[in-house]
Design a protein around this ligand. Structure first.
Ligand SMILES: [Zn+2]
Length: 402
């Protein structure tokens, strides 16, 4: 998939390149990067045969990518063969890095991922962010970002961009948080409060979670719904390997799909939304527990011990998820549903009722529901990898920025 989390991004990945010689060159640079990234180490000849260009043309592209620090040569391969030995190419482990960040209700996290997809630096701080104003939260996030960037730079990497996952609605400018009810933020331009030295992309955490699943998950289908939760419930729709953004960029608000139209009032102005039955705090309330930190850990621990009230609350939450997902599955006909984020830790107790509700209410064979192996790490990894994918999609843009 080549689209960034946002179409209005001013520069970099996913731009339609003009159909000129220059545009062709940029597209070919990207094809070389993607091929070596997916299948490397590869010789120039192997790259040429995979993308259908002459070896001479590929050599010119490869030389340019080596000069920009995006590819590196690992030394001669197959020295026993007749003729000049080809040198194996790999994406650089010392070039650009994607910096991913996450603003959670209870934590801040930042990581640096290199072009090979390895996490090279990481920092997490547990801090209650609910109803804190954006400036101090983003001040702390900036501090963590600088720490991670310094560590990455110490290993010869340089930041190609910063992508931030937030639990809220993000405008199509990919900078402005329109509404993050569980943080209490509204119309906040994160670009004004985060370091200006990096190209910035802000997206909903559910979108980054889905992209992480698409890029890093095992056997992830090209059409799927990704459902994740913290206090709110978010979903992302991936169609043919691309995120569906919707008109305003707000697609995927599964948490506000009504499950019982006359149910309890919701912060969105509606009643009986899914979030009122399957959000972490709703489940804790239904189980007679106090919402505090580590809500998922508390629920999973009690459920494991056989606490009947907690198991019933999770069973009911699974039913509510099944009802809400029925609408989405009937409408979109995805290949599968993936439970990610915090929901993945509660899956053993949510899945039976969720699956049976979905099977009962949808026609034909039931839509398979699986659990993300990335768990709560998904949004942070998806954010960092979105920057890395941006480099693979348009390596010339990165080289020009040097
Ligand atoms: Zn609602």
């Amino acid at each position: 998939m080549s689209a960034p989390p946002h179409k209005a991004r001013p520069a970099g990945p996913g731009r339609a390149l003009p159909d000129t010689q220059q545009g062709m060159r940029r597209r070919n640079l990207s094809r070389v990067m993607h091929t070596v990234s997916a299948e490397g180490p590869l010789s120039r000849a192997a790259v040429a045969s995979r993308i259908g260009l002459t070896r001479a043309a590929v050599s010119t592209l490869v030389d340019e990518l080596i000069r920009s620090g995006l590819l590196e040569e690992l030394g001669p391969e197959r020295p026993g063969r007749v003729g000049r030995p080809g040198s194996a190419l790999a994406v650089s482990g010392r070039g650009p890095a994607g910096i991913g960040a996450e603003v959670g209700v209870d934590h801040l996290a930042v990581c640096a991922v290199d072009l090979r997809g390895r996490v090279r630096a990481r920092a997490v701080r547990h801090v209650p962010n609910r109803d804190r104003s954006p400036a101090p939260v983003l001040g702390e996030l900036t501090e963590l970002t600088h720490r991670v960037v310094a560590e990455a730079e110490g290993e010869g990497l340089w930041p190609a961009g910063l992508a931030v996952a937030v639990p809220g609605l993000v405008a199509r400018d990919a900078r402005t948080v329109v509404r993050a009810p569980n943080l209490g933020w509204q119309d906040t331009d994160l670009g004004e409060l985060l370091p200006a030295r990096f190209p910035l992309t802000v997206a909903n955490e559910a979108n980054f979670g889905a992209l992480a699943e698409l890029w890093l998950g095992e056997d992830t289908p090209r059409d799927f719904l990704h459902v994740s939760a913290e206090i709110g419930i978010g979903a992302a729709v991936v169609v043919d390997g691309r995120l569906l953004h919707g008109n305003r960029g707000f697609a995927g608000e599964l948490g506000h799909v009504p499950v019982h139209p006359d149910g309890p009032p919701c912060a969105c102005g509606g009643r009986g939304c899914l979030e009122q039955y399957a959000g972490e705090e709703a489940v804790l309330r239904a189980a007679g527990l106090e919402p505090g930190e580590d809500r998922v850990g508390l629920l999973a621990g009690r459920a494991e011990q056989g606490d009947a009230e907690v198991r019933r609350a999770l069973h009911d939450a699974g039913t509510a998820l099944g009802i809400a997902l029925t609408g989405a599955v009937n409408l979109l006909d995805p290949e599968g549903v993936v439970l990610g984020g915090a929901l993945s830790g509660l899956a053993p107790w949510l899945l039976p009722s969720l699956r049976s509700e979905l099977a009962r209410r949808t026609a034909g064979p039931a839509c398979p529901v699986s659990v993300s192996a990335l768990g709560p790490e998904g949004p942070l990894l998806g954010a960092a990898h979105s920057v890395v994918r941006g480099v693979l999609d348009d390596p010339a843009a990165v080289a020009e920025r040097d």
